[in-house]
Design a protein around this ligand. Structure first.
Ligand code: DGJ
Length: 744
C-alpha cells in the first residue's frame, strides 16, 4: 500500500494490492479525478486520461477551448464556474455570491488515519493499516480553507473520504452544501442498487439501470430511516453476486443524507454522498471548522459478495468498537412481543427463568419499566423505575435476573419525551419546536432538542445513575419517530439550518459518554426496528435491531438486503411467536430459528407458552447457535440465491480456516413434484473433503462448489395415499434447512 505524489504531473496515486485511486491537481488548481478501479501499475503521469477537446455550448475557464470543468472529471466540484452538474459544496457569502474557487495549497501524506472529532469513522489500530492523504485547498478571495481527506486501507479495496472547511477569516459564511465525497466516473454503464422500504420492510433490494439524469435516495426525517439507507451500489450490468465490477458507497452517518448519481449528457456519472443539503445550512463563524461525516467507497472485481465482504470486514473490525466488537453475541430473550406493556416483576422473572432453562444467556427488559409508562402515551423522559411494576427497581430486578444465571439488559428511548412526563412538565422548552406553532407528535412523543448540551447532560445523568447502581450488561437504544418542526429555541435564527446535524452530534456525544463510562455494556441500536441501521450507529453500537418485522419469511428479505452493506453479526435477529404479530402468518419454528441464526440471535416470546416439543426444539436451536455462532457471526458470508428473485433463497457462512460452513436454504412456498436442484457453494477449500451433516456423505470442496450440493427436496403431494412414504421428508410452505459442512 502506498500513496505516491508525482511532482511533475502533480498526480496522487493511492494504491494497494486490490485498488488504485488516482487524482490530479488540475491547471486551475482544483482536484481532478483520473481513476478508481482495480490496481494498475504506477506511471509518472496519467495526463492522457484528461479529455479536454472543444465542445459546443460549453463554458471555458481558459482563454481558448482547452479547459472547462464541465468536461473534466473532478473530486470535489463546484457549480457556476463552467460545470453545470450538482456540486459537492456551496458557500453563501456575505455579498450574496455563491461562486467559489478552491485551489491547491498544500498536501500531507502520512501513515494511519485521523479520527473525526465528534463523528463516527473507520479507524486503524496501527499505522501500517492505512495511509492518509490530506489535500488543502484555499479560496484566495474568501480566505476559507478546504481540507479533503483520503485514507486507503492496506488490506481492503476501500477508501474513506471526508472534507473539512476551516474559516480563519473575520467573516461569517453559510455553508449550504458540504458533501462527504464526490466521484466522477467516466461512463454510466451500471445498474444502480438501493436499499429501500418502510417500517417492517426495510432494505429491500431495488435495482435499475443508471440513466442520464439524477437518481438519488435520501432522508429528510432526521434519521437515516426505514425508507432509504445511506448506502448505494453500482454494478456493471454483467456483474453478479460472484463476479464482475462493483462499487459500493456507504455514508457513516445517522441523520439526513443524500446518496445520488447524476449522469450527464456525455454519460459521465457523478456519485455524491453526504449530509442532505435540503434544510441544511451551517453558519461558519470566524475561527470555526466544519467537518463532514465520512464516506467509504469500496471497489470489488469479485461481484456483489466481494463488495459486501469488504464492508463486513471493515465495519466489523475497524468501525465497530469496544469490548464486544470481536466477541460472539449472547443469546438473548426480549420481553417485548411476550408481554408488551403488561408485566410486573414476577412475570418477568418467570419468563427469564424459563429462558435460562432453555439456554438463553441474556434477558432484556423492553419498553414500559419507567415513569408512568403503562402504554405509549406517557413516561418517556422519566428514566427511573416504575415501582408499582418493579417494586425493587431496576437494581432489584437486575439482581434477581443475575441470580438466575442470566445477564440483564434494558431498553431505553433517550431522545424522546411524552408531554405526560415529569421531564416535559419541567422543561417544555426542551423539545424541538417552532416558535408560536403547534408541534406534531409521533406515537404521542416529541423529540428532545439534542442540539442543547444541557438536555443531553440531563438524560445522561438519569440513565447513568441506573447503570451505576444496577447490573445492566446490555442496552437496547430505541428511537420511534421521525423529526418534525426541526427548530431549537436555544439557537440563533441564522443557525436553525444546523439543528438536524447538531441533533445527531448531540446523539453521538451521548453514546460516546455511555460507551466510555460503561465499556462492559453491549449496545444494540434500534429505531422502530431498522430505521437507523446505518454505519454511523455501528461505531457506537456493534449491533442493531434489524426490523420490527419478526416474521421469518419477511426476515429473509430484510436480512438479505441488509447484508449488502452491513456485517451479519450486526443484525439483531430473533425467533418470535406464531401467528406472527406483524403478519399473522404461521411459519415453522425450525425456519424461524434457521433465519435468525444468521445474526445476533435471540427470542422475542414467552417460552412458557410453547409446547414441550417446541421447548425441546428451542433448546436444540440454542445449543446449535452456541456451537456455530463464531462461524455464523464472524465467518465469511456469501449470498447464494436471492429471495427477491425466486421462491428459494440461500446464503452461507464459512469459517476463516474454511473447515466449517453453515448453509441456510429457504423455500417460501412449497412446490409439488419439483425440479432437481443443486446449490453451488462458495468459499470452501477445493482440496478439503467435507462431511455434509444432513446426508452423512462426504464431498470434496471443489465438487460442492462446481457441481453443487444436491438440495432437491421431497416437496408435497404423494399419489394415492395422501401419506408420506417411509423416510420421506415433509416440506411445507416456509420450509427451510440448515446444512453444516465439516472438513474431515
Ligand atoms: C420499537 C422497537 O423496534 C421494538 O422492538 C420495541 O422495543 C418497541 N419500540 C417498544 O416501544
Amino acid at each position: 500500500m502506498a500513496i505516491l505524489f508525482h511532482e511533475t504531473s502533480k498526480e496522487f496515486h493511492l494504491y494497494n494490492d486490490k485498488i488504485s485511486y488516482i487524482i490530479k491537481i488540475l491547471d486551475n488548481g482544483h482536484l481532478g479525478q483520473l481513476y478508481f478501479g482495480s490496481r494498475i501499475q504506477d506511471r509518472k503521469d496519467f495526463d492522457h486520461l484528461l479529455e479536454t477537446c472543444y465542445r459546443p455550448m460549453t463554458s471555458y475557464q481558459s482563454e481558448g477551448y482547452a479547459f472547462s470543468l464541465e468536461h473534466i472529471k473532478q473530486e470535489y466540484p463546484v457549480y457556476g464556474t463552467s460545470d453545470y452538474k450538482l456540486p459537492a459544496m456551496e458557500i453563501l457569502q456575505p455579498d450574496g455570491s455563491r461562486i467559489t474557487n478552491f485551489t491547491y495549497l498544500s498536501h500531507r501524506i502520512y501513515s494511519g488515519k485521523p479520527s473525526l472529532q465528534g463523528l463516527p469513522a473507520t479507524y486503524t489500530e496501527s499505522d501500517e493499516e492505512a495511509d492518509t492523504l490530506e489535500v488543502t485547498l484555499k479560496d484566495e478571495l474568501l480566505g476559507i480553507k478546504l481540507v479533503l481527506l483520503y485514507t486507503i486501507f492496506s488490506q481492503e479495496g476501500a477508501i474513506a473520504r471526508s472534507a473539512r472547511f476551516e474559516n480563519p477569516t473575520d467573516d461569517t459564511f453559510d455553508l449550504t452544501r458540504a458533501m462527504s465525497a464526490s466521484l466522477d466516473l467516466p461512463d454510466c454503464s451500471y445498474d444502480w442498487i438501493q436499499f429501500s422500504g418502510a417500517w417492517s420492510r426495510e432494505r429491500q433490494v431495488k435495482i435499475r439501470r443508471l440513466e442520464q439524469g439524477i437518481q438519488a435516495v435520501s432522508s429528510t426525517r432526521g434519521h437515516s430511516s426505514h425508507t432509504h439507507n445511506p448506502f448505494i451500489v453500482l454494478k456493471r450490468p454483467t456483474a453478479d453476486e460472484f463476479q464482475g465490477e462493483v462499487l459500493g458507497f456507504s455514508l457513516i452517518y445517522s441523520g439526513n443524507f443524500l446518496a445520488q448519481a447524476e449522469v450527464d449528457t456525455y454519460n459521465v456519472t457523478r456519485i455524491m454522498l453526504g449530509i442532505n443539503p435540503f434544510g441544511f445550512t451551517w453558519n461558519l463563524k470566524p475561527g470555526e471548522k466544519f467537518q463532514t461525516p465520512e464516506a467509504v467507497m469500496v471497489y470489488s472485481d469479485q461481484g456483489l459478495n466481494g463488495m459486501s465482504q469488504t464492508f463486513h470486514r471493515l465495519y466489523r473490525s475497524r468501525l465497530a468498537r469496544g469490548q464486544w466488537r470481536d466477541k460472539v453475541r449472547p443469546v438473548l430473550l426480549n420481553n417485548w412481543e411476550a408481554t408488551y406493556f403488561d408485566f410486573d416483576e414476577d412475570r418477568l422473572v418467570e419468563i427469564a427463568r424459563a429462558a435460562k432453562e432453555d439456554g438463553v444467556e441474556l434477558f432484556v427488559l423492553d419498553d414500559g419499566w419507567f415513569g408512568e409508562r403503562n402504554d405509549d402515551h406517557a413516561g418517556l423522559g422519566d428514566w427511573y423505575a416504575n415501582t408499582e411494576r418493579l417494586p425493587n427497581g431496576i437494581k432489584g430486578l437486575s439482581e434477581k435476573i443475575e441470580a438466575l444465571g442470566l445477564k440483564f439488559g434494558l431498553w431505553v428511548e433517550l431522545e424522546m419525551v411524552n408531554m405526560d412526563s415529569d421531564l416535559y412538565r419541567a422543561h417544555p422548552e426542551w423539545i424541538l419546536q417552532t416558535p408560536g406553532r403547534k408541534s406534531c407528535h409521533g406515537r404521542h412523543q416529541y423529540v428532545l432538542d439534542f442540539s442543547r448540551p444541557e438536555v443531553v447532560d440531563c438524560i445522561y445523568d438519569m440513565v447513568a445513575k441506573i447503570l451505576s447502581e444496577s447490573k445492566v450488561s446490555y442496552i437496547k437504544w430505541d428511537m420511534n419517530r421521525s423529526i418534525t418542526e426541526c427548530y431549537s429555541l436555544a439557537l440563533a435564527p441564522a443557525q436553525q439550518g444546523e439543528v438536524f446535524h447538531r441533533y445527531i452530534l448531540g446523539l453521538y456525544s451521548l453514546y460516546e459518554r455511555f460507551i466510555k463510562n460503561f465499556p462492559h455494556i453491549l449496545f444494540e441500536s434500534c429505531a422502530s426496528g431498522g430505521a437507523r441501521f446505518d454505519a454511523g450507529m455501528l461505531y457506537y453500537a456493534p449491533q442493531c435491531w434489524t426490523s420490527d418485522d419478526s416474521d421469518a419469511a419477511e426476515r429473509i428479505k430484510i436480512q438479505y438486503g441488509t447484508s449488502f452493506g452491513y456485517p451479519i453479526v450486526s443484525m439483531g435477529a430473533h425467533v418470535s411467536a406464531v401467528p406472527n404479530h406483524q403478519l399473522f402468518r404461521n411459519t415453522p419454528l425450525a425456519t424461524r430459528g434457521n433465519v435468525a441464526y444468521f445474526g445476533a440471535f435471540g427470542y422475542e416470546l414467552d417460552l412458557q407458552k410453547l409446547t414441550d416439543e417446541e421447548r425441546k426444539m428451542v433448546r436444540e436451536q440454542i445449543r446449535f447457535m452456541k456451537q456455530y455462532r463464531s462461524v455464523l457471526q464472524f465467518g465469511t458470508f456469501y449470498r447464494l440465491l436471492s429471495p427477491f428473485e425466486s421462491n428459494i433463497a440461500a446464503w452461507m457462512a464459512v469459517s476463516d480456516d474454511q473447515k466449517t460452513a453453515v448453509i441456510g436454504y429457504y423455500k417460501t412456498l412449497n412446490d409439488v413434484n419439483c425440479e432437481y436442484r443443486r446449490l453451488h457453494l462458495k468459499g470452501l477449500n477445493p482440496n478439503l473433503s467435507y462431511l455434509v451433516d444432513k446426508t452423512g456423505k462426504i464431498h470434496m470442496g471443489d465438487e460442492l462448489m462446481s457441481v453443487g450440493l444436491i438440495t432437491t427436496d421431497a416437496s408435497a403431494g404423494q399419489p394415492c395415499s395422501g401419506q408420506p412414504e417411509e423416510g420421506f421428508e415433509i416440506c411445507t410452505d416456509f420450509w427451510s434447512k440448515i446444512y453444516v459442512l465439516t472438513a474431515e
